[in-house]
Write a protein that binds this ligand. Sequence first.
Ligand code: AR6
Length: 180
Amino acid sequence: MERRFADVVIELALGDITRVQADAIVTAANSGLRGGGGVDGAVHRAAGPQLLKACRAIGGCDTGSAVITQAYELEERGVAYVIHAVGPVWRGGSSGEAELLKGAYSKSLELADTHECTSVAFPSISTGVYHFPLEQAAPIAVHEAATFAGQRPKHLKRIIFSLFDEKTLGVFSSALEAER
Ligand code: AR6
């Protein structure tokens, strides 16, 4: 499914983000940028060991923000950058989780555009081992993407959500349909 907001297409796809061809792919990282499981594990495996070295050199990233590195071995697949977005761990919803998740998406979008990316692919940040409820996370993700599109970014033309399972795709689809 896809929808256009201003000059930008927001697209939902089922599958492994390391297989998506986009100028930048986003990983759901931790604030220590230490690598891990889930989508972060898959991105680090696909990009090779230099990615962790680059993360170590940066040292860390605040929750609710993001940093950008080269994509190393993913460059062979046409990916120029990896954006390491740090979403919040769900602590019940009254610890600023929604704002922090927004920040992880908006900073990633800003980094993609300032690095002249025309396309960027996101996973569903924080809804895996960080346990952010999917029904609340999906509208935030889609709204941040649509809001960024409405600000008429200079370079970005395609925002892809690469979602790993049918349930996540379904909830994102409802959120994208409901977005105004
Ligand atoms: N492609 C796309 N989505 C994926 C992939 C993949 N290859 N693999 C998993 N997902 P999670 P979080 C989905 O747990 O909750 C790591 O250890 C997954 O099904 O990866 O933000 C980091 O280092 C879920 O829908 O991220 C952090 O420590 C979504 O990606 C921590 O986990 C996010 O699940 C971050 O936790």
